[in-house]
Write a protein that binds this ligand. Structure first.
Ligand code: ZN
Length: 153
Protein backbone atom coordinates (compact mmCIF):
# COMPACT_ATOMS: atom_id res chain seq x y z
CA UNK A 1 0.00 0.00 0.00
CA UNK A 2 1.07 3.58 -0.68
CA UNK A 3 0.08 6.65 1.29
CA UNK A 4 -1.46 9.56 -0.62
CA UNK A 5 0.61 12.68 -0.03
CA UNK A 6 -2.44 14.87 -0.58
CA UNK A 7 -4.99 13.34 1.80
CA UNK A 8 -3.13 10.56 3.60
CA UNK A 9 -5.41 7.77 2.35
CA UNK A 10 -4.04 4.26 1.80
CA UNK A 11 -3.99 3.48 -1.93
CA UNK A 12 -3.21 0.27 -3.83
CA UNK A 13 0.31 0.27 -5.21
CA UNK A 14 -0.63 -0.02 -8.88
CA UNK A 15 -3.01 2.96 -8.80
CA UNK A 16 -1.88 6.06 -10.70
CA UNK A 17 -4.26 8.33 -8.82
CA UNK A 18 -5.49 8.40 -5.26
CA UNK A 19 -8.84 6.58 -4.97
CA UNK A 20 -9.92 9.01 -2.27
CA UNK A 21 -9.01 12.47 -3.59
CA UNK A 22 -7.78 11.80 -7.13
CA UNK A 23 -4.31 13.29 -6.61
CA UNK A 24 -1.59 11.67 -8.75
CA UNK A 25 0.32 9.00 -6.82
CA UNK A 26 4.08 8.90 -6.65
CA UNK A 27 5.50 5.52 -7.50
CA UNK A 28 8.31 4.27 -5.25
CA UNK A 29 10.80 4.91 -8.09
CA UNK A 30 9.76 8.57 -8.26
CA UNK A 31 10.19 8.87 -4.52
CA UNK A 32 13.65 7.38 -4.85
CA UNK A 33 14.54 9.91 -7.57
CA UNK A 34 13.70 12.78 -5.24
CA UNK A 35 15.96 11.31 -2.57
CA UNK A 36 18.75 10.98 -5.16
CA UNK A 37 18.45 14.65 -6.11
CA UNK A 38 18.64 15.85 -2.52
CA UNK A 39 21.60 13.50 -1.94
CA UNK A 40 23.33 14.96 -4.99
CA UNK A 41 22.71 18.51 -3.74
CA UNK A 42 24.15 17.57 -0.37
CA UNK A 43 27.19 16.06 -2.09
CA UNK A 44 27.56 19.19 -4.23
CA UNK A 45 27.69 21.34 -1.10
CA UNK A 46 29.99 18.86 0.63
CA UNK A 47 33.03 21.04 -0.02
CA UNK A 48 36.18 21.62 2.00
CA UNK A 49 35.52 23.47 5.25
CA UNK A 50 38.74 25.17 6.39
CA UNK A 51 37.18 27.21 9.21
CA UNK A 52 39.54 25.61 11.74
CA UNK A 53 42.52 27.23 9.99
CA UNK A 54 41.20 30.72 10.75
CA UNK A 55 41.60 32.81 13.85
CA UNK A 56 38.32 33.03 15.81
CA UNK A 57 38.91 36.73 16.51
CA UNK A 58 39.56 37.41 12.82
CA UNK A 59 36.28 35.66 11.91
CA UNK A 60 34.31 37.58 14.54
CA UNK A 61 35.80 40.94 13.56
CA UNK A 62 35.52 40.52 9.79
CA UNK A 63 32.19 38.74 9.25
CA UNK A 64 30.66 41.88 7.72
CA UNK A 65 33.66 42.28 5.39
CA UNK A 66 33.26 38.62 4.41
CA UNK A 67 29.59 39.23 3.55
CA UNK A 68 30.51 42.39 1.58
CA UNK A 69 32.95 40.27 -0.41
CA UNK A 70 29.97 38.86 -2.30
CA UNK A 71 28.38 42.24 -2.90
CA UNK A 72 31.23 44.73 -3.50
CA UNK A 73 34.45 42.73 -3.26
CA UNK A 74 36.56 45.90 -3.55
CA UNK A 75 35.62 47.00 -0.03
CA UNK A 76 37.08 44.02 1.87
CA UNK A 77 39.94 43.92 -0.61
CA UNK A 78 40.93 47.42 0.51
CA UNK A 79 39.51 47.65 4.05
CA UNK A 80 40.34 44.18 5.39
CA UNK A 81 43.60 43.41 3.63
CA UNK A 82 45.08 41.73 6.68
CA UNK A 83 42.12 39.51 7.40
CA UNK A 84 42.67 35.94 6.25
CA UNK A 85 38.98 35.23 6.74
CA UNK A 86 37.81 38.22 4.67
CA UNK A 87 40.36 37.30 1.99
CA UNK A 88 38.95 33.78 1.75
CA UNK A 89 35.50 35.19 0.97
CA UNK A 90 36.82 38.05 -1.18
CA UNK A 91 38.46 35.42 -3.34
CA UNK A 92 35.15 33.64 -3.88
CA UNK A 93 33.32 36.93 -4.41
CA UNK A 94 35.90 37.85 -7.04
CA UNK A 95 35.47 34.54 -8.86
CA UNK A 96 31.69 35.08 -8.90
CA UNK A 97 32.20 38.66 -10.15
CA UNK A 98 34.37 37.39 -13.02
CA UNK A 99 31.75 34.73 -13.68
CA UNK A 100 29.17 37.52 -13.88
CA UNK A 101 31.27 39.45 -16.41
CA UNK A 102 31.77 36.29 -18.47
CA UNK A 103 28.07 35.55 -18.47
CA UNK A 104 27.25 39.07 -19.65
CA UNK A 105 29.76 38.58 -22.48
CA UNK A 106 28.14 35.23 -23.32
CA UNK A 107 24.75 36.98 -23.26
CA UNK A 108 25.83 38.89 -26.40
CA UNK A 109 25.94 35.63 -28.38
CA UNK A 110 22.55 35.18 -30.04
CA UNK A 111 20.36 32.24 -28.96
CA UNK A 112 22.99 30.09 -27.17
CA UNK A 113 24.08 33.04 -25.06
CA UNK A 114 20.50 34.03 -24.36
CA UNK A 115 19.92 30.55 -22.92
CA UNK A 116 23.21 30.09 -21.05
CA UNK A 117 23.59 33.60 -19.58
CA UNK A 118 20.40 33.60 -17.47
CA UNK A 119 21.19 30.09 -16.15
CA UNK A 120 24.72 31.21 -15.27
CA UNK A 121 23.21 34.28 -13.61
CA UNK A 122 20.95 32.12 -11.44
CA UNK A 123 23.84 29.81 -10.47
CA UNK A 124 26.05 32.81 -9.59
CA UNK A 125 23.25 34.30 -7.48
CA UNK A 126 22.68 31.02 -5.62
CA UNK A 127 26.42 30.63 -4.98
CA UNK A 128 26.64 34.21 -3.70
CA UNK A 129 23.77 33.54 -1.28
CA UNK A 130 25.48 30.36 -0.02
CA UNK A 131 28.70 32.37 0.37
CA UNK A 132 26.93 35.10 2.36
CA UNK A 133 25.28 32.49 4.61
CA UNK A 134 28.69 30.87 5.22
CA UNK A 135 30.30 34.26 5.91
CA UNK A 136 27.55 35.19 8.37
CA UNK A 137 27.96 31.81 10.05
CA UNK A 138 31.69 32.49 10.43
CA UNK A 139 32.57 29.61 8.15
CA UNK A 140 35.40 29.42 5.64
CA UNK A 141 33.71 26.78 3.53
CA UNK A 142 34.42 26.45 -0.17
CA UNK A 143 31.51 27.13 -2.50
CA UNK A 144 30.36 24.34 -4.82
CA UNK A 145 31.69 24.52 -8.42
CA UNK A 146 33.89 27.63 -8.03
CA UNK A 147 35.41 27.06 -4.57
CA UNK A 148 38.58 25.55 -6.02
CA UNK A 149 39.53 28.68 -7.97
CA UNK A 150 42.00 30.80 -6.07
CA UNK A 151 42.74 34.22 -7.50
CA UNK A 152 44.08 35.97 -4.41
CA UNK A 153 47.05 34.47 -2.65
ZN1 ZN B 1 -5.64 11.31 -1.71
Amino acid sequence: MLTCKQCGAQVEENMKHCTSCGAPMETPSQQKEQIDISEKLTQLNNTADTTAEYDAQDIEKNKVMAVLAYIIFLIPLLAAKDSKFARFHTNQGLVLFIGGILSSVIAAIPIIGWIIAPIAGIIITILAVIGIVNALGGKAKELPIIGKFKILK
